[in-house]
Ligand binder design. Structure first.
Ligand code: IPM
Ligand code: MN
Length: 363
């Protein structure tokens, strides 16, 4: 009997619907080739749903999702709605309410033509950022004093817990162990990225990292302040293997990372609680101006499908999708990752066929 996975499908706003449609096309191909099945449940949340019903994301939706294996999300954000409102209810809602404490963001360059850095190729850009996903400035603890007056004061808390820090640090070490050393390296490496010299509360990260590292003698450790890490990522991206960092810095540095792997057209992420329902999404936003124009690049969502399959345990299917995308890029059949160069549906179909063809050829 083939395995069946319950997948929530939340296309969201803007280009979300189109890119998710293509992601599902590739998922269907992977199911047929690798012999598993999905039961898909549409989750209608986003701007249109909110404007029609006044509902953002009800508790009942989270209860449904808790029964599933994974959620595939498109994008959230719409100019008709106050900045951050839907993002907070839906994206942060899932991250917090489902306790998805790992934001896993692989940064892997598939072909040197996609990299804006001089003289850097796929061997140089191959790292995974483990962004803490449930704490820091994202907990929403903020306030104003004398709002709207010349004496206004605004504050927001960067909050870290020992448990929250330890579990993401531990995840990073476990991941490094699974990945093994990079070609030419003696051992896998985990780099802590923080700003403990200025944000002294992050001393908790310094101490926790050192303690957890002691349990992994076979793994090399490194440290970079976030400002320097941005510099090294541009200058010497090959220094990074697995990196672990608090939520806010992780948000920022993974946009930089997306650029050195080819841009928002291909960068994907997993919001993960190991062993529990988790959510997968492209890093890019909803790009409302491209909505419905068949211009958006669905490869980031397709890569999110790959991460999702890895999470549920279909690792062969996951790597077949990654290989298919890589081979289309390396062979020049995908010429560019820029929006509008290829049609949204054209890219989805190319990957779909490549997944089937590659596996057919091996069989
Ligand atoms: C991301 C996004 C979100 C974040 C926004 C939309 C709230 O930028 O997933 O990286 O800051 O986490
Ligand atoms: Mn971001």
């Amino acid at each position: 009997m083939s395995k069946v996975y319950d997948i929530g499908v939340l296309p969201g706003d803007g280009i979300g619907e189109e890119v998710v449609r293509e992601g599902l096309k590739v998922l269907t191909a992977a199911e047929q080739v690798f012999g598993f099945k999905t039961r898909r449940e549409h989750l209608p949340y986003g701007a249109d749903h909110f404007l029609k019903t006044g509902e953002m994301m009800p508790d009942a939706a989270f209860d449904r999702i808790r029964q599933m294996h994974a959620v595939l999300m498109g994008a959230i954000g719409d100019p008709r709605i106050e900045v951050g409102k839907l993002e907070f209810a839906i994206i942060a809602g899932m991250r917090f309410k489902l306790d998805l404490y790992v934001n896993l963001r692989p940064i892997k360059l598939m072909h040197e033509s996609l990299c804006p850095l001089k003289d850097k190729g796929p061997a140089d850009v191959d790292m995974v950022i483990c962004r803490e996903n449930t704490e820091d400035a994202y907990t929403g603890i903020h306030g104003y004093f004398k709002k709207g007056t010349p004496d206004e004061v605004a504050q927001q808390t960067m909050l870290y817990t020992r448990k929250g820090t330890e579990r993401i640090v531990r995840y990073a070490f476990e991941l490094a162990r699974r990945r093994g050393p990079k070609p030419g390296a003696k051992a896998p490496k985990v780099t802590l990225i923080d700003k403990a010299n200025a944000v002294r509360a992050q001393d908790l990260w310094t101490r926790t990292f050192a303690e957890v590292a002691r349990e992994y003698p076979g793994i090399e450790t490194d440290h970079a302040y976030i400002d320097a890490a941005c510099m090294w990522m541009v200058k010497n991206p090959e220094w990074f293997d697995v990196a672990v960092t608090p939520n806010l810095f992780g948000d920022i540095i993974t946009d930089l990372g997306a650029m050195i792997q080819g841009g928002m057209g291909i960068a994907a992420s997993g919001n993960i609680h190991p062993g529990q329902v988790s959510m997968f999404e492209p890093i890019h936003g909803s790009a409302p101006k491209y909505r419905g124009q068949n211009k958006a690049n669905p490869l980031a969502t397709i890569m999110a499908v790959s991460l999702m399959l890895d999470h549920v345990g279909e690792s062969r299917a996951a790597s077949a999708i990654e290989q298919a995308v890589a081979s289309l890029i390396r062979s020049g059949r995908i010429r560019s990752l820029q929006a509008g160069v290829h049609g949204t549906d054209e890219l989805g179909t190319l990957v779909e066929h490549e997944v089937r063809a590659a596996v057919g050829a091996r069989a």
